[in-house]
Design a protein around this ligand. Structure first.
Ligand code: TYM
Length: 327
């Protein structure tokens, strides 16, 4: 079976961007692929250097993964830092990664701007660590959201370069994977572009009904359409993006018609949207609470996953050492 890898940083709870950009795809892929899904705790150190920020969140994300439907019987679910082979590959890949290309990565430039006092080397080499996560299993497919495209390009570059330098055909070039036609980008409802933890505009899977309602009712809108059938400005398109994801087709059609004949009331739309998000997240939230309470189960699953992930990683790293010339 084809190998699949993906991961999420444990810098907080899972939000709807993570869910619709990545985790739904993880769940759908489990039956047809050999899946490795992990929690990227080393990556978190680039922005959250203190382990106490992370330790708690590793359990959180694990509980949330399970609540979303990741199944440890079908997928290998593990914590990145349990698989030290990744670090060795990271070192090898860094030897052939160049300052110029790493400095050009948009997320590096953004993070450097956001945390000017902590432009660390981990931030710079973030894409080679991500490439190691993927190449350590020689995975072909990587379910990720649109924001990861540049990192994925770097992962392919690392694979190609390794093969070229050592004259082998060892690493396949991993491809981003999504079930839709194009990569998914879940917007924020504050008019700022994407939903993201560092944007501070997230609706979290664990948010209760009241919190979700408050967040949705605060969504940015405009003064309303003045011409029938006019194109929607971005902030309104964002609301419809959400409706399309969580609401019934009839509901979407109803508000589309209201938009087109200029009788739309944003308050009604938001109320409906909040209701539909709550309906959707309610059962997930319940399961998060159940899994979070069972630390023994979480730790057992992480230990099992670590064993399986290490096995796969060891096979790769053994060959890599041999190819490079370490005997
Ligand atoms: P992270 O933790 O920022 O996000 C995890 C996943 O959620 C997706 N995502 C979104 N998708 C659509 N719209 C959004 N608004 C949105 N916000 C987040 C991300 O695209 C991602 O798929 N570098 C990765 C973690 C990582 C990784 C890897 C992923 C480390 N190693 C190896 C794949 C393979 C990251 O920071 O994701």
């Amino acid at each position: 079976m084809e190998k699949v890898v993906s991961g999420i940083r444990p810098t907080g709870n899972l939000h709807l961007g993570n869910y619709f950009g990545a985790v739904t795809n993880f769940v759908r892929m489990q039956n047809d692929y050999n899946c490795y899904f992990f929690i990227a705790d080393w990556h978190s150190l680039t922005t959250h250097p203190k382990p106490e920020d992370i330790v708690q969140s590793v359990d959180t994300i694990l509980a949330e993964y399970l609540a979303c439907g990741l199944d440890p019987e079908k997928s290998t679910i593990y914590v990145q830092s349990d698989v030290k082979e990744v670090l060795e590959l990271y070192l090898f890949l860094n030897m052939n990664a160049y300052l110029g290309e790493l400095e050009r990565v948009t997320t590096f430039k953004e993070k450097a701007r956001k945390q000017p006092d902590n432009v660390n080397a981990g931030l710079l080499t973030y894409p080679t660590l991500m490439a190691s996560d993927i190449l350590i299993h020689r995975a072909l497919k990587v379910p990720v959201g649109k924001d990861q495209e540049q990192n994925m390009e770097m992962a392919r570059k690392c694979a190609r370069r390794f093969n070229n330098i050592y004259g082998v055909d060892f690493f396949p070039e991993p491809q981003s994977f999504y079930f839709s036609e194009k990569a998914v980008k879940i917007p924020g409802l504050d008019g700022s572009g994407k939903m993201g933890k560092s944007e501070g505009n997230c609706i979290y899977l664990k948010d209760d009904a009241k919190t979700i309602q408050k967040k949705v009712m605060k969504a940015v809108t405009d003064s309303g359409p003045t011409q029938p059938n006019s194109p929607k400005p971005e902030v309104i398109e964002n609301l419809f993006t959400f409706l399309n994801i969580v609401s019934e087709p009839d509901t979407v059609k109803f508000f589309e018609e209201k938009w087109n004949d200029c009788s739309i009331r944003y308050g009604d739309l938001k109320k409906q949207l909040a209701q539909d998000i709550i309906k959707f997240t309610d059962p997930i939230r319940e399961r998060i609470a159940q899994y979070s309470a069972d630390k023994d189960l979480l730790h057992k699953i992480a230990a099992q996953g670590a064993d399986k992930a290490r096995q796969s990683a060891q096979e790769t790293i053994k060959e890599v050492r041999h190819i490079i010339g370490f005997r």
